[in-house]
Design a protein around this ligand. Structure first.
Ligand SMILES: *Cc1c(COP(=O)(O)O)cnc(C)c1O
Length: 446
């Protein structure tokens, strides 16, 4: 294992992270908050969101769009990365749209009183209840397949009152370079319509007088080479040009999805640049529209992890240090239940101890949780110092697809979540209680 400066990992942490010198040694802090005090108050595992990092990631996307794209543009936060009332409220501080998958996330958005115009609904195999909720609440509904479109035709006919604009999801037959479980645009993916199905669907929308205003695709998540977006944009613009010729229809909005990667581990540094991604897309759309003599569509990007991943830190308490064969195990009080991503996608995370994070590393460690699963390993072979039971371990880049995928496996209670800003912490989700675990149960006997 090559020697490393442990503090290289700070680049993975929220922008407000510091190593503070105290009389008792150095300490990791986020947004000026003492992590040991927070863990004492709220218990562990504890999830922290740094407001400054959330805000600066939105700013980076907005600035890149404004600089690279002369047409109208906007951002939709992919809510499935992590949604709760406070995060939904935060999106409105920045005027973001929020992508909700189904009636559950729509209910969460409703708690934060999101306006209809800021709600967009995605989903493959939306249930009748999902479609009803979308009709009632969303400003835009992205249909995925011909059967769903047939259901929508009747809903639009029968339902009085305002209804969402429609977009369709194209499956361009290409995917980005990422784990096979996060690819979505390839020919055999379960998502979206192929070009032929899209042609037929658009004709049906036009015949039925449905308000079709957008074309969407999403090639996959967590990629750092934008190249595959090029041919997908070309395919979309070809289809748009053809439909304009044959039907006169033009979409107001083109949405090339989200999925731009973030660094989860020091080997993935430097951070993939947001402007690289945005410039690439804007360049392709501008050139492609010029070639085909098309007006510039509104360009709507859909980042999820790109807005929230780096803002999040998971804090765990180290319980047991053990050696098995030649492995050093650090057993934490969370893992698979609050972060299934290493098990699902082999995501490689990093970590630092909160106390003296600059201590020299003594060798690799395997960080595991308390769960009865051999796959409950958060981090493999991470160089770590000689940490002791009772210490706090901070895992950066924990803001996306962790809590939203959390489970109650082994009776785990979902962690508390706090938002940190300027030295203060605000509880935005309380830790589940033991009673929460049995709240839905009905007895077999009384
Ligand atoms: C998940 C998803 C996104 C966001 O992906 P990230 O990797 O979090 O940026 C955007 N659009 C659609 C349709 C998605 O399913």
């Amino acid at each position: 294992m090559p020697a490393q400066n442990p503090l290289d990992r700070l680049e993975l942490f929220p922008v407000s992270t510091r190593v503070e010198n105290t009389p008792a040694g150095s300490r990791l802090s986020v947004a000026g908050c003492d992590l040991e005090a927070l863990a004492g108050e709220y218990g562990t595992p504890l999830y922290l969101y740094d407001r400054a990092t959330l805000d600066s990631s939105v700013q980076a996307y907005k600035e890149a769009l404004a600089a690279a794209y002369p047409g109208a543009s906007g951002l939709t936060y992919a809510g499935k990365a992590y949604l709760c009332t406070a995060i939904a409220q935060w999106t409105q501080v920045h005027d973001l749209w929020v992508d909700c998958t189904g009636e559950g996330e729509l209910h969460m958005a409703a708690q934060a009183r999101l306006p209809r115009q800021h709600i967009l609904v995605h989903g493959v195999n939306k249930s009748p209840a999902d479609l009803e909720a979308a009709m009632a609440q969303a400003g835009r509904l992205v249909f995925d397949n011909p059967i769903e479109l047939e259901r929508l035709v009747s809903l639009y006919r029968e339902r009085p009152g305002p209804s969402p604009e429609l977009w369709f999801r194209l499956r361009p037959g290409l995917a980005v370079d990422t784990h096979k479980h996060t690819r979505t645009g390839q020919g055999d993916s379960k998502f979206g319509l192929n070009v032929d199905e899209a042609r037929r669907a658009i004709r049906l929308c036009l015949e039925m007088g449905l308000p079709l205003t957008g074309l969407h695709f999403h090639l996959g998540s967590h990629f750092r080479d934008p190249e595959p977006l090029g041919p997908a944009i070309e395919t979309s613009l070809d289809l748009i040009a053809e439909l304009r010729r044959t039907t006169g229809w033009l979409p107001e909005t083109l949405s090339p999805g989200g999925g731009w990667g973030v660094a989860y581990h020091e080997s993935e540094l430097p951070q993939p640049r947001i402007d690289t991604y945005v410039n690439f897309i804007a360049g392709k759309v501008i050139a492609g529209c010029q070639q085909r003599d098309l007006p510039l569509p509104r360009l709507q990007l859909e980042p999820g992890r790109g807005l929230v991943a780096r803002a999040g830190v998971a804090l765990y308490r180290l319980g047991v240090v053990k050696e098995s064969a030649d492995r050093r195990w650090l057993l934490l009080d969370g893992g698979l239940s609050d972060n299934p991503r290493p098990a699902l996608y082999q995501t490689r995370y990093s970590a630092l101890p909160v106390r003296d994070p600059d201590r020299p590393q003594t060798g690799p460690a395997w960080l595991g949780g308390p769960f009865c699963e051999s796959g409950d390993v958060l981090i493999e072979a991470l160089p770590m110092p000689a940490v002791l039971p009772g210490e706090l371990i901070a895992v950066p880049v924990s803001g996306a697809y962790q809590l939203s995928m959390a489970s109650n496996y082994n009776g785990a209670r979902k962690p508390a979540v706090v938002m940190l800003q300027d030295g203060t912490a605000r509880l935005i989700q309380r830790r589940e209680t033991l009673d929460d675990l049995v709240r839905r149960d009905a007895p077999l006997f009384t």
